[in-house]
Write a protein that binds this ligand. Structure first.
Ligand code: ZN
Length: 306
């Protein structure tokens, strides 16, 4: 016989678990600080206490770089699953899921706009789309972004956030490394600057091609940057890897990167480098030109003064 017996039923929890709306507060994975979501957006998704850099979507990323509006290109390009590839799930299914989750057709947004008044061609990768992996579409869009820069004579900025080449497209995805690198070589011969921004994570075929080819290679703090993962390397060389291996600061110390920059200062640093590399604001602003033309049309026969 038990000494104590519960006669009453335990108090039931209230039906609605929480009256706090979801997504209002975010917990920093690094310092466990609870941050108000609006504060986090205001600080460009950098923890206000410990400067942990949260991952950005491609659209959020473009907002931190461009002065205002931008024009996106090739938004309709999508992969056709050339190998009819299936691993744990068919590739076509993965594509459909990613398209509906991100609202993008593939893992990169390419756009033109101004960065502190300097007109640039920018590509930002979307990690939410199959790990930001580089397939045929990503390769084609980035190549076109570089060719656009060649035609208009403007600088190129590529912001990497990728797990590497997309294995579901096999050798076709590996060819993109050569294709983009060849386009960048043409950009170099045309004496146009290319800034590579490496964010967490930048690995595999992306590190092994365009991400490391910048005239200046800039990384965000503590970003994972490497080719193969640490476990594979440890197994291959049979040695324990040092602390902080494959993080921005470690790579910077060993001469793989030019500079590690806090996201909140990234735009300033990029613009300063572009001006140093010879980029200039356009002499005539298209908007002002159109305004002058319409003013002239309103006053027929008017002669320009001076
Ligand atoms: Zn923090």
């Amino acid at each position: 016989m038990a000494w104590f017996k519960k006669d009453k039923k335990p108090i039931e929890p209230p039906a609605d678990k929480s009256r706090v709306p979801e997504g209002l507060w975010v917990k920093c994975p690094s310092c466990s600080e609870i941050i108000y979501n609006k504060d986090l957006v205001a600080s460009q998704h950098v923890c206000t206490k410990c400067a942990h850099h949260f991952r950005l979507s491609a659209t959020e990323r473009l907002k931190t770089v461009f002065d205002g509006e931008w024009q996106a290109y090739d938004t309709g390009l999508t992969s056709i699953d050339p190998l009819s590839f299936t691993d744990t799930r068919p590739y076509s299914q993965r594509l459909a899921t990613s398209i509906s989750a991100t609202g993008l057709q593939d893992a990169v947004i390419t756009a033109t706009g101004t960065v502190q008044g300097l007109r640039c061609s920018v590509a930002a990768m979307e990690y939410g789309f199959i790990g930001g992996s580089m397939g045929v579409v990503v390769g084609e869009k980035i190549t076109r972004a570089i060719e656009r820069a060649l035609v208009e004579r403007m600088p190129v900025i590529i912001i990497s956030c990728s797990g590497g080449a997309r294995m579901m497209e096999g050798a076709l995805s590996l060819m993109q490394m050569a294709k983009i690198s060849a386009a960048l070589a043409r950009l170099d011969r045309a004496r146009l600057p290319y800034v590579s921004v490496l964010t967490d994570p930048t690995t595999g075929g992306v590190t092994a091609s365009f991400a490391m080819l910048g005239d200046v290679n800039i990384a965000e703090p503590k970003a994972l940057i490497g080719f193969a993962g640490p476990r594979v390397i440890e197994q291959t060389i049979r040695q324990k890897l040092p602390d902080g291996f494959q993080r921005s600061e470690f790579l910077m110390e060993h001469g793989m990167l030019d500079v590690v920059v806090d996201r909140r200062e990234m735009k300033d640093v990029i613009a300063r480098f572009l001006r140093f590399a010879g980029a200039r604001k356009a002499a005539t602003v298209p908007g002002a030109l159109a305004a002058t033309a319409s003013a002239a049309a309103r006053t027929p026969g008017a002669e320009p003064a001076g």
